[in-house]
Write a protein that binds this ligand. Structure first.
Ligand code: SAM
Length: 205
């Protein structure tokens, strides 16, 4: 996948989508008691979601396989001092810094449609959470026309054209999450969005 970080941040659609994800997370995850939380953002990109979460939590570790994205993410440390980015395609716990392997919240936005083995990532997230910890996965929904979400020249690294509600519920349950919910975000419910977004949440018992 070849994404130019500056272009990513300058695209109002990307900024708006991250804001939507943040609002959806805010209404489903108890961020009001998150000031001491350590957070992992999977596929953090340039940090559009982490920047929004940063004032609400203690620390955020962002992971992403793209060196360009992580470099852009780490530039934001000047303004958001509690974020830190690591370049890694996260598949195993021991790829993370030894002192940063347990979290209170795992978040991800617009990434799961790129992940070949979604169960592997969800299962690893469950392992990395403290008991009581939360997961929130935001991505676009698989619909009859969701293959139009990516223009033809932006298909590299796209594993699926959106997220299927039942599949996501199954994967979260199978990985051991409780209080599983996969639902349309509020803005999608209220408007006629051509690409509905889902927020998939669960808690580690
Ligand atoms: C569409 S961008 C979203 C970036 C960011 N989350 C945002 O909302 O601005 C997808 C990101 O996922 C990363 N990515 C691609 N494949 C991945 C994988 N298998 N695991 C984790 N991240 C991945 C890409 O490098 C890219 O930064």
């Amino acid at each position: 996948m070849d994404i130019e970080p500056k272009k990513w941040d300058d695209n109002p659609k990307h900024v708006e989508a991250a804001e939507r994800a943040y609002q959806a997370i805010q209404s489903s995850i108890p961020l009001s008691s998150a000031s001491q939380w350590n957070v992992l953002e999977i596929g953090c990109g340039t940090g559009l979601l982490s920047m929004r979460l940063s004032p609400r939590v203690k620390n955020i570790l962002g992971v992403d396989p793209s060196s360009q994205m992580i470099s852009a993410f780490n530039k934001k440390k000047e303004q958001y001092s509690n974020i830190d980015g690591v370049e890694v395609l996260l598949e195993r716990e021991d790829q993370l810094p030894q002192d940063q392997r347990r979290f209170d919240f795992v978040a991800s936005h617009l990434v799961f449609h790129h992940i070949p083995n979604m169960y592997g990532t969800i299962h690893l997230s469950h392992t990395l959470l403290h008991p009581g910890g939360h997961i929130a996965i935001s991505d676009f929904q698989k619909t009859t026309h969701s293959e139009l979400f990516h223009p033809k020249d932006k298909m590299e690294g796209v594993e699926r054209h959106g997220i299927n509600v039942e599949e996501m519920e199954d994967l979260l349950h199978k990985a051991g999450f409780v209080d599983v919910s996969v639902k349309l975000d509020k803005e999608t419910e209220e408007g006629m969005m051509s690409f509905p977004f889902l927020l998939c949440t669960g808690r580690k018992a």
